[in-house]
Design a protein around this ligand. Sequence first.
Ligand SMILES: Nc1ncnc2c1ncn2[C@@H]1O[C@H](COP(=O)(O)OP(=O)(O)OP(=O)(O)O)[C@@H](O)[C@H]1O
Length: 447
Amino acid sequence: MIRFEHVTKSYPDGTTAVDDLTFEVAEGELVTLVGPSGCGKTTTMKMVNRLIEPTSGRILLDGADISALDPVQLRRRIGYVIQQVGLFPHKTVLDNTATVPHLLGRPRKQARARAAELLDLVGLDPSTYGDRYPDQLSGGQRQRVGVARALAADPPVLLMDEPFGAVDPVVREHLQNEFLRLQSTLRKTVLFVTHDIEEAVRLGDRIAVYGAGRIEQFDTPATVLGAPATPYAAAFVGADRGLKRLSVTPVEPGDLEQPPVVRLDDPAARAAERLAADGAAWAVVLDSDGSLYGWVPASALTGAAKTPRTAGTPQAPEAPQAAEASRAPWAAEAPQTPIGTAGEERAALSPQGATVRAHARPMDAHLPLGAPLKQALSTLLQHDAGWIAVQEGDRYLGVLTPARLHTALRRSTTADAARVPRAQVALDTVPDPGGRPAGVTAPVSGA
Ligand SMILES: Nc1ncnc2c1ncn2[C@@H]1O[C@H](COP(=O)(O)OP(=O)(O)OP(=O)(O)O)[C@@H](O)[C@H]1O
């Protein structure tokens, strides 16, 4: 755990780089420091490993004042990754990574074995890259070596100063994902400096938004985006913060609609009756194991007797479209005419048309529960669909609609501001697609 207590750093020329900082980074937490150039992020970070000494205040590491610790001993507990990486040009990748464990007294062979494990961990095959020199690597690969090297002594704390700043946006996103994957298992205490709000939001458990030498807001990404504490923080996170917030708001069970559900092997006639009774224009179709197969329009089921249809890929015009806000997205325009269930009509069903299977449209697109709303919106747009199914593992849970997505975003903003679970928030200003106040009587699965 890192704790800053009223830390100020002033230079003899009168510049105050940071002014009265007080904050805490919990063990295993990743805190991003974000702000414009010159606002004091790097100074903050370098005071933790005593490359810079504060003018006043103190910094505690696991409760101990670091000013009383030997700087060399202190730095052994702290991995440091910087943008320029700073690999030794004349040493191979493996030797670069093995340097610290070797310096710490591990026999060379052991240190190299550990280095190979770490290279593997950061996604560099040691048999391919271990014997290369830094100038034989791409920028992104060098950054990975930098991370592997910082992890080599297995320090509980990592300081990362714009570690992915020198690579193109695609590689950067890849490195960020890999680092998040690593961090989910390693659980280091991380201070991560960036001037990129997208990166800060993406990686941080919490974000410190810096103004000139001071922290303007220190909170979760969702709260910083949903409820900026000051006009400065609002301006820094950007006018499009609602869009950014989509990336940090997960789909929860309470966000989902529950349209009628039929199974592939249900008799088509019975499914049609069910949809007619519900006044539904379509139903979700599940496999026998409860996973998503696709959807079926009521019109296909009612026409089942005459024109059995072989399931194919749905064409865009057939895809379920976004509902008007006033009714459930699956609601029929007019009540469906139940198809005849008289014996002679049933007998007319061909074997192919007898079950939902013959009329169902497959739908490949679905989302895992917990996926960010941004992914949900992107999937909806990509498939030109009015809903997208949400699954937990292989189990279908319900569907997310554009209206529900909007409600989820609004509810999460309110929930974060009030510090309560999203499921407890009722919004009565925006009706959901069923015309109900969202979060009050809307169908909720498992929330
Ligand atoms: N040795 C120094 N003497 C005087 N001023 C300094 C010194 N080192 C840094 N500063 C000033 O302290 C302020 C904070 O610098 P710092 O490097 O912490 O900013 P930063 O937020 O990390 O910026 P960047 O994103 O550009 O790296 C800046 O105004 C900088 O000019």
